[in-house]
Ligand binder design. Structure first.
Ligand SMILES: C[S@@+](CC[C@H](N)C(=O)[O-])C[C@H]1O[C@@H](n2cnc3c(N)ncnc32)[C@H](O)[C@@H]1O
Length: 280
């Protein structure tokens, strides 16, 4: 099966998936303001998963180069953890969008509780139809959200439209590392199927950014610091927790065959890319 013959994610269904995951995580006490793979700077880093998640936001903040005068778009904002951390560290304003109504409700509640509602606003919306004027943001961040968007080209082209000249885009995305195996590891198939995702190709990004009118500033394989390390960390915890947080119970349609992070333990052909681009 090639990526083009696999089922593409549908934004409405992705929104419903994240609605269920959000409600479930609140119900079973596993709620986390970050919905992403963490970042461990070094192989001997002792950071917990929670600390590594915050570290990923801080890596984004370093590359975004924003300050208290900036307005940042958070594309696929989750429940707002990364956006709120960026606001409190830089003073920037953040507007976040997600296809999940439950995530948006939660993100706005967390912003109000943190006293940041004047600088952080979260709204329901599809990244493939950005409801914003041209040149309206100084920077765009997308932490692990493009994998759910069926048309990366359309997203990046629209990002180029809403970014002001000189503004940066920083994103992470999942990809299949080369050389591709003839038969894809079943863990990758399960990940894509159950988390409604597609994988990118490192070469794709060069062409995607070029066609969108964005200038590539950097592309880094951060697999060792992210996916591989997360699978290792999760391997250390009990099996009941060895599932994406909200898959444990509640109203998620969990089956024995469902994806678990341990399905990707040691699978080094599944990785994570950090991409930095700029609107010329
Ligand atoms: C893995 S979560 C990452 C959330 C957040 N960036 C974080 O790091 O905590 C993926 C996010 O992408 C959002 N998303 C997926 N497809 C989307 C689309 N077409 N438009 C807007 N958001 C989308 C989901 O609703 C979810 O919030």
């Amino acid at each position: 099966m090639t990526e083009t013959t696999r089922t593409l994610p549908v934004p409405g269904a992705v929104g419903e998936l994240y609605d269920r995951l959000t409600l479930s995580a609140m119900h079973d006490g596993t709620f986390n303001p970050n919905v992403h793979i963490g970042y461990w700077d070094t192989p001997d880093s002792k950071a917990t998963i929670e600390e590594a998640m915050d570290r990923l936001t801080d890596v984004f903040t370093e590359w975004l180069r924003v300050d208290g005068t900036s307005h940042v778009l958070d594309l696929g904002c989750g429940v707002g953890g990364p956006g709120l951390r960026l606001v409190s560290h830089t003073g920037a304003r953040v507007t976040g969008i997600s296809v999940s109504e439950e995530q948006i409700k939660t993100a706005n509640r967390l912003a109000a509780e943190a006293g940041l509602a004047d600088r952080a606003v979260f709204q329901h919306g599809d990244a493939m139809r950005l409801p914003f004027a041209d040149d309206s943001f100084d920077a765009v961040m997308a932490l692990e959200s493009l994998c759910h968007m069926p048309d990366r080209q359309q997203v990046l082209t629209d990002v180029a439209r809403v970014l002001a000249p000189g503004g940066r885009l920083v994103l992470t995305d999942v990809f299949e590392r080369h050389p591709r195996k003839e038969v894809r590891h079943p863990g990758i198939d399960k990940f894509c199927r159950d988390l409604m995702s597609t994988t990118a190709d490192v070469d794709d990004y060069v062409a995607l950014l070029h066609r969108s009118g964005l200038r590539l500033r950097g592309i880094l394989d951060i697999t060792e610091q992210t996916t591989l390390r997360l699978a290792e960390e999760l391997g250390k915890v009990a099996t009941a927790q060895d599932r994406p947080a909200a898959m444990n119970e509640g109203n998620f349609d969990f089956t024995e065959d469902a994806f678990r992070p341990s399905d990707l333990a040691g699978v080094d052909d599944f990785g994570c890319l950090l991409v930095i681009a700029e609107r010329p």
